[in-house]
Design a protein around this ligand. Structure first.
Ligand SMILES: Cc1ncc(COP(=O)(O)O)c(C=O)c1O
Length: 398
């Protein structure tokens, strides 16, 4: 029998999606499942987007240029200008969501066996992409009890080797809800400049922040050419299904390299690039109500979770996730219990155990991530179910 590659064997199945069969089983039994496990926004797509799709007049649907449709790129330029970032068209390449932007950025900066510094817990796709690219991720652990604050610069520097190529900054962060402060960002940029490293800045959740105003790392004057921004419309306009993101950098060599990669995969959706133009040009009109909605939800979920005995939560300041440390030995077992064996008034919840979000073995075993992608009333029911579920789980294990 032929065998699959070792990278194929090493990549883990999505920790977020692996509970799908259990969800289906629960639903077959007639149980309502509140889904708080995926970062799939429940909010409506701006209606004007579908109008733009309907208005497409061309009878053909040709490949777009690998470097992006000119008007679409102009719209991104306008979008970034509001954050003080002046770009030329060659500084931007559209990608299939931020996911592809991450993969292309990793491939552009590192060879097989090279290292990239990341902060854990970490958005899991980075782990899979690193395995696919043969890159080693070197984790620096951030702790909920310290509000996921960065360790001292010297500690971060102690992780740098001759093979280190880049540092990843996800701001606002999935899965922690962390918002990076200016000192932390400056620290990473200074390290990058001093050690000649790239900074891969993932700002998928830029506008979804509950403190201060949205920023873009590229507006920073330090280490400008070291920064590779990976971005997306998925969360800020509640449209992950549109699959459009981009890579942005002032570094010509990086952009030339990524363009060659992009040429190999031809292009991203033509129709979608056109339809997104008005949204990018007037982004605040769409992102501000979304931000306010998540802010409201974050406060309610934080408050309710904080009131549950022996549960520890760090207050989220951005994105739409909250981490909770639970009084259980295995969050994985608890999540399975909730979906397979527990319901309250015929309702239950699905949330994500956190251990797969870590690189260091053994971390996160009693932590969960809750994505607050449901309306407030449903979130309230969900946290109530969680609270009852914890009691039932404790009694079962007595
Ligand atoms: C931090 C982060 N980066 C990138 C992505 C991928 O986003 P996209 O839908 O644009 O591929 C996600 C999706 O959840 C994310 O949380």
């Amino acid at each position: 029998m032929p065998t699959v590659s070792s990278r194929g064997q090493k990549v883990i199945a999505s920790p977020i999606r692996k509970f799908f069969p259990f969800i289906q089983e629960a639903e077959k039994k007639g149980i309502k499942v509140y889904k708080l496990n995926t970062g799939d926004p429940d909010l409506s797509v701006p209606a004007s987007f579908f109008g733009e799709i309907r208005n497409y007049k061309n009878k053909n649907l040709p490949y777009a240029p690998s470097s992006g449709i000119r008007e679409h790129i102009t719209a991104w330029q306008k979008y970034y200008k509001q954050f003080g970032v002046e770009l030329e068209p060659e500084n931007i390449i559209p990608t299939v969501g931020c996911a592809e932007a991450i993969y292309l950025a990793l491939l552009a900066v590192a060879d097989v066996g090279d290292e990239i510094l990341v902060f854990e817990p970490l958005y899991v796709s980075y782990k899979s992409f690193a395995i696919m690219a043969g890159i080693k991720l070197v984790p620096i652990t951030l702790k909920a009890k310290d509000n996921f604050t960065l360790p001292a610069t010297e500690f971060i520097e102690s992780k740098i080797t001759s093979r280190t190529k880049a540092i990843v900054v996800i701001n606002p962060d999935n899965p922690t809800g962390k918002l990076w402060n200016d000192i932390e960002l400056a620290s990473v940029l200074n390290i990058a400049r001093k050690h000649n490293l790239f900074v891969i800045a993932d700002e998928t959740y830029r506008e979804i922040r509950f403190k201060g105003i949205p920023t873009c790392l590229l507006a920073n004057k330090i280490a400008k050419e070291n920064i590779i921004l990976v971005d997306s419309v998925s969360k800020r306009f509640s449209m992950p299904g549109v699959r459009i993101g981009c890579v942005v950098s002032y570094n010509k060599e990086i952009m030339d390299t990524i363009l060659k990669f992009a040429q190999a995969r031809l292009s991203v959706g033509t129709l979608e690039q056109y339809a997104l133009i008005p949204l990018l040009e007037n982004s605040k009109k769409y992102t501000e109500p979304i931000r306010l909605e998540y802010k409201k939800r974050s406060e309610i979920v934080f408050q309710m979770l904080s009131e549950i005995k022996d549960v520890f939560v760090a207050r989220p300041l951005g994105a739409f996730y909250i981490n909770a440390t639970l009084p259980v030995n295995s969050a994985e077992e608890f999540v399975k219990f909730m979906i397979k064996d527990f319901s309250l008034n015929n309702e239950t919840i699905i949330i994500s155990p956190m251990s797969d979000f870590y690189i260091t073995e053994g971390l996160g075993i009693n932590e969960v991530r809750i994505a607050y992608v449901l309306p407030v009333e449903k979130l309230k029911c969900s946290i109530d179910i969680l609270s009852h579920g914890l009691k039932a789980y404790k009694n079962k294990n007595l």
